[in-house]
Design a protein. Structure first.
Length: 213
């Protein structure tokens, strides 16, 4: 609201010379303050708070008293090991023990570890592409969230699906671990675990000529 103040200036002065009145304006910002509080209250009541997102991490359970028969056994054809090393590089190989295939080097790009995981997952789990169909059905509200999660869990738990072992050396960064866990979620890898790196894995990294030192 703007008020016009006519109290200042103008009138007769010494010498009998008459001057025109000077009009000054004064702006009242009280209504603007009220409007500001109304807007703040409106946004506080209508804006939904963001929910914290959680990341699922499967850690191996260590029990020295556990029998050998009770331990989870991984088939050679299912095992894939990912070694996180420095310079944002990944060394990966397939197999277990003495039957390990030649280790290869890749990165965290779309055409790197993500492409490899997608290809290997499809080889072992033909139903893995069905997850995108269920996701579309959920988005279109043709199924509820409970049905979606149930079907996705069933597909990811396919008994002959790929099993990924994630290991990191002392040169890798915390960001690298977060990135590879994101890739597990993006590529719908249902079974993976973070385990300690073995001396043989460190030797494999150090002796690989394609790993940046």
């Amino acid at each position: 609201m703007a008020d016009i103040d006519t109290s200042g200036g103008g009138g007769k002065h010494k010498g009998g010379k008459k001057r025109g009145k000077k009009l000054s304006t004064r702006v009242d910002f009280t209504p603007m303050v009220d409007l500001g509080f109304l807007l703040i209250t409106f946004f506080m009541l209508t804006t939904s708070m963001s929910k914290p997102s959680t990341m699922e991490i499967n850690m191996p359970f260590k029990d020295e008293k556990m029998n050998v028969d009770d331990q989870t056994k991984i088939k050679e054809s299912q095992a894939m090991t990912i070694l996180l090393t420095g310079k944002d590089q990944i060394v990966y190989y397939f197999g277990i023990g003495d039957k390990v295939q030649n280790p290869l080097v890749t990165d965290y790009s779309r055409n790197g570890i993500r492409k490899i995981l997608l290809e290997e997952s499809k080889k072992r789990n033909p139903s893995i592409d069905s997850i995108s169909i269920y996701r579309t059905m959920l988005k279109e509200k043709r199924i509820n969230e409970e049905t979606y999660k149930k079907n996705v869990s069933r597909i990811k738990a396919f008994k002959d699906g790929i099993i990924v072992l994630i290991k990191s050396d002392d040169k890798s960064r915390y960001k690298n671990l977060v990135d590879i866990l994101d890739e597990m979620n993006i590529t719908n890898i249902g079974r993976y675990a973070i385990v300690d790196i073995a001396p043989g894995d460190l030797k494999m990294i150090n002796e690989n000529p394609y790993v940046k030192k």
